[in-house]
Design a protein around this ligand. Structure first.
Ligand code: SF4
Length: 258
């Protein structure tokens, strides 16, 4: 079923200068204003996340390291990827608009992923996006990784929806040899420190918007089928600023200009 969205929203310009990981970040964004469904906030959140990730990448380069992620290495795309409900709705729309043959292939991969999770007894545990402690998160993450379920959008070991990938995918980069990512031993993997994670900020507010903070990417279509009505927000711009400000505050950053 096609998720319901608001009509095209009006936009307002948002300008902010920040410092993240010791690197300057200049945000110049068009943000939806007025009543809007959460899914409409995603392009602005993705643009802001890209800027924060760029800053984090520059910081590791300054420290003499380099990001080892590259096209053709899809090891991390077999991890449990937590996405916000609005991101699930965006992916459902994206899949619906794919050309017939490709849509069938992607739908079949989603189906296989759901079946594999069901067989492992993880599907009903993960679909409501349970609250996880650091320990249970590691335990569940490893159980999931051992199933070797490739993301339905992984093609030729590359992301086939790169411009539209979820926030969590944007924010996951490593500096350790890429081959290590195929081995489920997180202590051997050096991730790029990401002080400002909008994926976490969006998931935090999603709990009040949708009654659920997150769900696994591979169960996105199933979740949207079960939750076709997306709640409307009274003011998209205010919600966007709230997500960014609360995420910056959690990271100990403050906006220096706007
Ligand atoms: S959306 Fe793309 S980057 Fe994210 S897990 Fe899937 S294939 Fe990988």
């Amino acid at each position: 079923m096609r998720p319901k969205t608001t009509s095209e929203p009006a936009f307002r310009h948002l300008s902010a200068r920040l410092s993240v990981s010791g690197e300057p970040v200049q945000l110049e964004l068009e943000v939806p204003a007025g009543p809007v469904h959460p899914v409409r906030l995603l392009p602005s959140l993705q643009a802001a996340a890209n800027a924060f990730v760029d800053a984090a990448e520059k910081a590791v380069q300054r420290a003499g390291l380099s990001v080892s992620c590259q096209k053709g290495c899809g090891a991390c795309c077999r991890q449990l990827v937590p996405i916000a409900p609005s991101e699930a709705r965006a992916l459902a729309l994206l899949v619906e608009e794919l050309p017939d043959e490709r849509r069938k292939r992607v739908l079949s991969r989603f189906q296989d992923a759901g079946t594999a999770l069901e067989g492992a007894g993880l599907r009903r545990t993960l679909l409501p996006g349970p609250d996880l402690t650091k320990e249970t998160s590691r335990e569940v993450g490893l159980s999931y990784f051992h199933l070797r379920i490739a993301c339905p959008f992984l093609e030729d070991e590359s992301c086939s929806i790169h411009p539209d990938r979820p926030l969590a995918c944007r924010e996951y980069l490593v500096t350790s040899p890429s081959g290590l990512c195929a081995d489920p031993a997180p202590e051997r993997i050096e991730t790029v420190p990401m002080p400002v994670k909008l994926s976490t900020g969006l998931q935090r507010v999603s709990r009040s918007w949708e009654g659920q903070a997150w769900l696994p990417l591979v169960l996105a279509l199933e979740w949207v089928e079960e939750h076709p009505e997306e709640p409307a927000l009274p003011d998209g711009g205010a919600e966007f600023e709230n997500i960014v400000k609360s995420t910056l505050a959690a990271a100990g950053k403050t906006r220096s200009a706007s």
